[in-house]
Design a protein around this ligand. Structure first.
Ligand code: ADP
Ligand code: MG
Length: 239
């Protein structure tokens, strides 16, 4: 995935001021930065939940800012996991995982359920297929949301602060699932405040502030020996 000179404004408020960014196949890129720096907007532009004001976004060589591009097809190839889990409360776990597969991928019931169960097993929740979201902890709900995204067989996963809404004791299980995904070679872009995860799992860390990429590089360098004052100042508050 490649982003070139991406700009995004909401009215007069320019939130992304020329972002250049890429994620290689199989790479895990962690995006860090203060609240309001444009991290979520960047992620939302990548799967076109937001329309960029200008710039280029290519996913597997296809320009997704081109009006001719089939956005539904783009979105089935890019899985997204949000801070709020966004599960359907009136559907059980299995139904949450099969709905989009049946609608967007036109899978039959048996195939959708088989794919769902495989991914529930992967996140350690095969035994909760018949539970409703409200019967699960926040961490379990987020693992279901990850399994739901994986059930679409995405080529890339985007995570927007997936553990920020969780009680501290529930964070580890979700990060463990993400670490396992990374080890399996999933291409991932992860907005996170979990610096331990960024250091240990990230191939690259990108620090954003004020709608620009201030610095990026190897996690050990960016987190351990930042070159820019703004990065140092941010890290001193979160580490
Ligand atoms: P971050 O995820 O880094 O905290 P965001 O991308 O959510 O930052 O927000 C960056 C800026 O864009 C904020 O000032 C926010 O108010 C503004 N913004 C985000 N989404 C919208 C929107 N839909 N309409 C207007 N302003 C928005
Ligand atoms: Mg955000």
């Amino acid at each position: 995935m490649e982003v070139r000179d991406l700009h995004k404004s909401f009215g007069d408020n320019e939130v992304l001021k020329g972002i250049d960014f890429h994620v290689n196949q199989g790479e895990v890129v962690c995006v860090i930065g203060p609240s309001g720096s444009g991290k979520s907007t960047l992620l939302r532009c990548v799967n076109r939940l937001e329309e960029p004001t200008s710039g280029l976004i290519r996913v597997e060589g296809v320009d997704i800012t081109d009006p001719e591009t089939d956005l539904d097809a783009v979105r089935t190839r890019i899985g997204m996991v949000f801070q709020q889990f966004n599960l359907f409360p009136h559907l059980n776990v299995l139904q949450n995982l099969t709905l989009a597969q049946r609608r967007a991928k036109k899978r039959g019931k048996a195939e959708a359920e088989e794919t769902a169960m495989k991914n529930l097993a992967k996140v350690g929740l095969a035994d909760r297929a018949k539970a409703f979201p409200a019967q699960l902890s926040g961490g379990q709900q987020q693992r279901v949301a990850i399994a739901r995204a994986l059930s679409m067989d995405p080529d890339m996963m985007l995570f927007d602060e997936p553990t920020s809404a969780l009680d501290p004791e529930l964070v580890g299980d979700v990060l463990e699932v993400m670490r396992q995904l990374a080890e399996e070679g999933m291409t991932m872009m992860v907005v996170t405040h979990e610096m331990g995860f960024a250091r240990e799992v990230g191939d690259r860390v990108v620090f954003m502030d004020g709608g620009v990429v201030v610095e990026q590089g190897n996690p050990v360098d960016v987190l351990g020996n930042p070159r820019h004052e703004r990065t140092r100042s941010f890290l001193s508050k979160v580490l």
